[in-house]
Design a protein around this ligand. Structure first.
Ligand code: CMC
Length: 426
């Protein structure tokens, strides 16, 4: 929309800036020429900054809408599966039956990691945090495939994307097995993506693991609901790393690192640790009071979201799965009772209503993962596994766009102005 313009008056300068419209969501003011006029914009935390153009995922935070390639997350979670969602994110269309079969087959046949990857694990302490091992081993994949990668070739980019999506469950399960001292379990091609992951996690040589269809469906849903989420911290990290031309394994390792923090993907682990700390239903009010106290840094983990300000549509679907899994497994865990009661109390508390704080996807996914026997310190790895397809789709999209520039923000400098240096002896 060339004649749609914003006018900025700054000092004695008047600058006209084009307003660009997407297919949905806020219009954006194109400020790219502002630097040459002597101004930068200032937006730490990216509260109102569009960092790129993208056609992968759309979020309307006020209405609680999440669309992947235009399809609603509710429809996808109900009627699709993770493999189809991966195809859509990477290829910008739904697959035909044959394309779905071929894609599934390709992913299945790339699940094995090079046997030398086993050696990397031996370098870690046996109690290393699984996210630390995941960061390291994903980055180390670059050492196997770096020479096989021309990132300007879309076919080669997709090949790396398939490798990453396929091998991530294998690496995540290896992190777990290494922690608990059990032998690594090789992937099995006769199982679905979620079943194969569960089998690599829980199977032991002496005994076959029986996979519950309710559990594998819930895990597939967790993967689907975490597959992508627009320009969040880790995706933006992957894009920024990729903008320099870095190889995809290094970029995804950067994404894993960014996801680790408790304000982002680390929230599911932090949430369960918080439930542990609360310990019993009668202590919930004390923690609710702490969350409201401005002088206490404590926050209710698994509550709130930067973009969703009414509800998190992923949490609505996840909540449904959560109750399904708890009923199927017939679990009586005091921690899960604390979670359910915390959800009830927080949802009826005016403070949380006023600040638009509600349980997010990580609150419920953490409860499901705990119920199916996945240890808390593995939760963020599972988020990383599921988000890999989103990261790599954004990386692929970015490199497909002509005129792509290295990401290089500027700053508001508040240090010393230039001053004279005196030699140390003076
Ligand atoms: N518990 C208590 N108070 C909170 C919480 C919380 N979880 N989250 C926000 N607030 C309050 C905060 O104190 C502030 O109050 P005031 O206006 O009086 O200063 C107000 O709500 C706004 O908070 P903010 O930090 O400015 O909001 P933000 O949009 O920058 O932060 C968030 C979003 C997700 C980082 C934050 O809500 C939070 O720390 N939540 C807990 C961590 C969490 O569950 N993260 C997972 C997000 S979903 C998965 C993902 O996408 O990674």
């Amino acid at each position: 929309m060339a004649d749609n313009k914003a006018t900025l008056k700054a000092g004695d300068k008047v600058v006209e800036l084009p307003i660009l419209s997407g297919t949905a969501g806020h219009d954006v003011i194109d400020i790219r020429t502002l630097g040459s006029q002597g101004y930068f914009t200032f937006d730490p935390g990216f509260m109102a900054t569009g960092s790129c153009e993208s056609s992968i995922t759309y979020i309307d935070g006020a209405k609680g809408i999440l669309l992947h390639r235009g399809y609603s997350i509710e429809d996808l979670a109900r009627d699709s599966d993770y493999i189809e969602v991966c195809y859509m994110l990477l290829h910008d269309k739904t697959p035909t039956t044959q394309e779905y079969r071929d894609f599934k087959d390709t992913i299945t046949r790339h699940t094995l990691v090079h046997d030398q990857v086993n050696n990397f694990f031996r370098g870690f302490r046996r109690d290393a945090h699984p996210m630390a091992m995941l960061c390291g081993t994903v980055g180390a994949m670059a050492s196997f495939y770096h020479d096989d990668l021309d990132i300007s070739d879309p076919e080669q980019r997709l090949r790396s994307a398939y490798r990453l999506v396929a091998k991530m469950p294998t690496l995540v399960a290896m992190c777990y097995k290494y922690n608990i001292g059990q032998p690594f379990v090789y992937p099995r091609n006769d199982l679905s993506y979620a079943e194969n992951f569960l089998n690599m996690m829980f199977s032991v040589p002496a005994e076959n693991y029986k996979i519950s269809p309710v559990v594998s469906r819930a895990v597939d849903r967790i993967f689907t609901l975490h597959a992508d989420h627009e320009q969040n911290a880790s995706t933006s990290t992957v894009r920024l790393a990729g903008s320099s031309g870095a190889n995809p394994y290094a970029c995804i390792a950067a994404g894993v690192a960014s996801l680790w923090g408790p304000a982002h993907g680390g929230a599911n682990e932090a949430c369960l640790n918080m439930l542990q700390e609360i310990g019993s239903v009668d202590r919930i009010p004390e923690f609710i009071d702490r969350a409201k106290d401005k002088n206490d840094p404590f926050r209710l983990m698994g509550f709130g979201h930067r973009v969703y300000k009414n509800f998190d549509p992923r949490a609505t679907v996840m909540r449904e799965s959560c109750h399904e899994v708890l009923a199927e497994l017939n679990i009586d865990d005091p921690l899960l009772n604390v979670a359910m009661e915390l959800e009830r109390i927080a949802l009826s508390d005016p403070y949380f209503a006023e600040k638009k704080l509600f349980p997010n996807v990580d609150f419920y996914s953490g409860i499901i993962l705990k119920a199916i026997g996945i240890p808390t310190n593995m939760f963020t790895c599972i988020f990383a596994l599921a988000r890999t397809v989103g990261w790599v789709s954004h990386w692929h999209e970015m490199l497909s766009q002509p005129g792509q520039k290295i990401g290089r923000p500027r700053q508001l400098y508040t240090g010393e102005a230039q001053r004279k240096y005196n030699k140390i002896e003076k």
